[in-house]
Design a protein around this ligand. Structure first.
Ligand SMILES: Cc1cc2nc3c(=O)[nH]c(=O)nc-3n(C[C@H](O)[C@H](O)[C@H](O)COP(=O)(O)OP(=O)(O)OC[C@H]3O[C@@H](n4cnc5c(N)ncnc54)[C@H](O)[C@@H]3O)c2cc1C
Length: 488
């Protein structure tokens, strides 16, 4: 790498920050341009009128399988902002009965580590459970080639073809897919869904361990990223929107912004799909660049709603940090957000906080707050008749929250070098199989960084794959790792 070379990374979300940090760690000169006035990207904490502090727009769910994202947190020295279960525990609530069945990991090796708990669970019948065992086996035995061929099929079709009952689909498969892909099984790509269950959830005994944030996300992550990027020597420009790419002789050699021009030996693009598609088009852009823009435009997004309810006291039974609500399309999950927060973080809230994230919220995005509140109250009063009174209720709507991995979406996701022109692509939408999550964004940003390093002859990164640990960063946590906090 020549001393004059400077990589310009566009977008200061998790992907852009991960990429910039990884490159700076290898001695690359990096400039990071971010359109907004903070780092961290599209998941953020917001100020709501009448509340005395900012809160996350909706619940942020992570898993132990988010190994690259957890490595990023460790690199920023903010391991304490998350807590992770030290044994998988997924409580399912039958709202009508107020009954909770908890799926927890047992002694059998994966993929059967959850089997005993499933067999004892009341929210599914024996026939559902026997069929589910077969589906887990079918998922496990699907080769990578076969999986990729399933991209045009919806996951619902795959589940039906594999003998899954309506109840198992409604109460287990769909809630997990909706949470992870932000889309229903009826639309989701079977290839993406099978990837998720196979790789992320059933592959190892601890991958399904759920995690939460102990403070608000922006406070926790944004300032830590800023600090760590500065220490690594990355030049960060906030409130600096890239307006177009500058091209000379078929190669991108700079970026125009609202504040002027930034020369670049390489540009890494980690902006959301709409902004990226805009940057990749224009009269001087190449055919390859236009082609990527078109594919991204076809990918599309789905929305989320964050429901924030404040009660006079705790609502969920002691020892139950969250529940997945069976057969409830709107009130899908309930998290005891007050219980997740550190003691010093609960100030400024009007009461005990229950956070209820609505994944794939597109059908409900126009519902009035009152209607959503009525649904929430119905669920709470049915399942927990003795629950403390509701004091305050807020609804946050987030359009275009995540990339939609519909059937047929796999072929639309570009590889890092697909746009040509010397540009490297690195947002959470690149072709790495992972759904649009904090983990996908970290892996994408690192993939872009590794692509640059490999192209520039750095041997350590020849053939680097995002399943590999990022060599320069602390390890991601195993169960029992004393440096990380446990979510009880
Ligand atoms: C409401 C919501 C809930 C979510 N819940 C979860 C969850 O529970 N668990 C989970 O793992 N994931 C969740 N996600 C998904 C996760 O947050 C995203 O996948 C991830 O943050 C995407 O990171 P990114 O860096 O690829 O993109 P982004 O976060 O979108 O970052 C891109 C950055 O580029 C900037 N930008 C845009 N245009 C320009 C320009 N022209 N020039 C310069 N900069 C520009 C933007 O301001 C932004 O900061 C959620 C997302 C949302 C919105």
């Amino acid at each position: 790498m020549s001393l004059q070379s400077r990589v310009v990374v566009l977008g200061g979300g998790i992907a852009g920050c991960a990429s910039a940090l990884a490159l700076a760690g290898r001695g690359v000169n990096v400039t990071l341009l971010e359109a907004s006035n903070r780092l961290g990207g599209r998941f953020n904490s917001i100020k709501i009128s009448g509340l005395n502090r900012q809160i996350d727009s909706t619940q942020n769910v992570i898993f132990r399988t988010y190994s690259r994202f957890l490595q990023l947190l460790a690199t920023c020295e903010v391991r304490d902002v998350v807590k992770l279960q030290d044994s998988t525990m997924l409580p399912f609530l039958e709202v009508g009965e107020g009954r909770i069945s908890t799926i927890h990991s047992g002694k059998l090796p994966p993929p059967n580590h959850l089997t005993t708990a499933f067999l004892n669970a009341s929210f599914l019948g024996l026939v559902d459970k026997m069929a589910m065992q077969k589906a887990v086996k079918a998922i496990q035995s699907t080769t990578e080639e076969q999986r990729r061929e399933l991209d045009d099929l919806t996951f619902l079709q795959w589940l039906e073809d594999n003998g899954q009952s309506k109840r198992a689909i409604a109460r287990f498969w769909n809630p997990i897919i909706r949470l992870a892909l932000n889309i229903n099984s009826a639309q989701a790509s079977a290839a993406s869904a099978i990837f998720l269950f196979n790789k992320a959830f059933f592959s190892q005994v601890d991958t399904f361990d759920v995690g939460c944030f102990t403070t608000d996300f922006t406070q926790a992550v944004s300032s830590a990223l800023r600090r760590t990027l500065a220490a690594a020597g990355v030049e960060v420009h906030l409130s600096t929107s890239a307006t177009s790419l500058f091209r000379e002789s078929g190669k991108v050699t700079g970026v125009n912004t609202i504040d002027g021009f930034h020369a670049a030996s390489t540009v890494i693009i980690c902006t959301p799909i709409t902004a990226t598609a805009r940057l990749l088009t224009g009269s001087t852009a190449s055919l390859a660049s236009h082609d990527v823009a078109e594919r991204l435009a076809k990918l599309g997004n789905t929305s989320q709603i964050g429901i924030h309810a404040f009660h006079e006291g705790p609502v969920l039974p002691d020892g139950t940090p969250f529940v997945i609500c069976c057969d409830e399309p709107l009130i899908q999950m309930l998290f005891d957000r007050s219980g997740e927060l550190d003691d010093g973080e609960r100030g400024g809230l009007p009461g005990h906080w229950i956070s209820s994230p609505v994944s794939y919220a597109d059908p409900y995005i126009d519902w009035a707050d009152e209607l959503i509140r009525n649904e929430y109250k119905r669920v709470i009063e049915t399942a927990f008749p003795q629950s403390p009174a509701l004091i305050d209720f807020r609804v946050v709507r987030i359009n275009r929250a995540t990339t939609a991995l519909m059937a047929g979406s796999q072929r639309l996701r570009p590889n890092p070098l697909d746009a040509g022109e010397g540009v490297i692509l690195g947002g959470d939408w690149i072709n790495i199989d992972w759904p649009s999550t904090l983990e996908a964004s970290t892996r994408s940003g690192l993939t872009a960084a590794a692509t640059y390093l490999e192209l520039n002859g750095v041997r350590d990164f020849t053939g680097w794959h995002h399943d590999d640990s990022w060599l320069d960063w602390p390890n991601s946590p195993n169960r029992g790792d004393k440096d990380w906090r446990v979510w009880k």
